[in-house]
Design a binder for this molecule. Structure first.
Ligand code: ADP
Length: 284
């Protein structure tokens, strides 16, 4: 349902972030995108909804070539693509319900959204997804009154209420502790299965990726160096993706070591604005 062909991205600064990336995602399939910092993971998922404009290559969502769409057509196509962010990208002073409803902005007309008037059907949809993610008791709370895990569940609900076919998930657990990370990954994978959603999950925690994501695409310096089952992430493959390291002592090959992973909380504030901008571009 998603096909990426020979995707290249060179930023104006001269960095070649993607160098001929090709792969497909089937309907209902969920893939983990791993690779070292700077490998191009974030650039890749942002090229799919064209928050980043690819330099060359083609991306198809079903029959639609996303890379060929004009602004209006792109706005329509983006309804089919939900995005979940590392730092949640919630509007802090708005309630949980208002944040979730913002996922419907791609459908509401300009004046309706200007006055924040959402159709009853949207409100019912929002209640349904909030129930599914376990936030029904928090509907009227302000986003800034929630824990990290709850905030990410609001982010997930906002993406779902859009009724997308594809989810782009950018490091959903990077700001969460290990237990909450697992809960969030479990929720995302269950929801994909229930709704036959395809997803690309950019994730830097290899153990967590292995635990929840059957297919892994490994990116290094803008190129795919592995595309296969999570069980195939041997020390050799991890070396190909991340470079030399004693992988036998760590997670992936030897199984479940997610609890040893530090929670990469805090310290991502430099990205916040960036993601907020992404968010507003994504809903408009
Ligand atoms: P990852 O998500 O795997 O850490 P990124 O996609 O963020 O990788 O970055 C890939 C490369 O592109 C890096 O070399 C990074 O410096 C560069 N890059 C990312 N975003 C920009 C940008 N907005 N302008 C210029 N270069 C960028």
């Amino acid at each position: 349902m998603l096909r990426i062909e020979a995707l290249h991205k060179r930023y104006k600064t001269g960095d070649a972030a993607l160098r001929g990336v090709s792969f497909s995602v089937a309907s209902g399939e969920i893939i983990g995108l791993i690779g070292p910092s700077g490998a191009g993971k974030s650039t890749l998922i942002r090229c799919v909804n064209r928050l980043v404009e690819p330099t060359s290559g083609k991306i198809f969502l079903g029959d639609v070539e996303l890379t060929a769409l004009n602004k209006t057509a792109l706005r329509q196509a983006r309804r089919r693509i939900g995005m979940i962010f590392q730092e949640y990208a919630l509007v802090e002073r708005l309630t949980v319900m208002e944040n979730v409803l913002s996922g419907r902005l791609g459908y509401t007309g300009f004046w309706a959204s200007y006055f924040r008037r959402f159709p009853q059907a949207d409100i019912e949809r929002a209640f349904a997804v909030l129930e599914r993610v376990g936030l029904l008791d928090h509907v009227d709370k302000r986003a800034d009154a929630l824990s990290g895990g709850q905030r990410q569940r609001v982010g997930i609900a906002r993406a779902l209420v859009q009724e997308p076919e594809l989810l782009l998930v950018d490091e959903p657990t990077a700001s969460l502790d290990p237990k909450t990370s697992r809960q969030v990954m479990r929720l995302i994978t269950e929801l994909c299965a229930e709704r036959r959603l395809a997803a690309i999950v950019n994730i830097h925690d290899v153990a967590l990726a292995q635990m929840f994501l059957p297919r892994i695409v490994g990116l290094r310096a803008g190129e795919i160096v592995y595309d296969g089952p999570a069980s195939g992430l041997t020390p050799e493959v991890l070396t190909r993706i991340y470079g030399e390291e004693d992988w036998s002592k760590t997670s992936a090959a030897s199984g479940d070591a997610a609890d040893e992973e530090p929670a990469h909380a805090h310290g991502h504030h430099a990205h916040d604005h960036h993601h907020d901008r992404d968010m507003s571009a994504a809903v408009r």
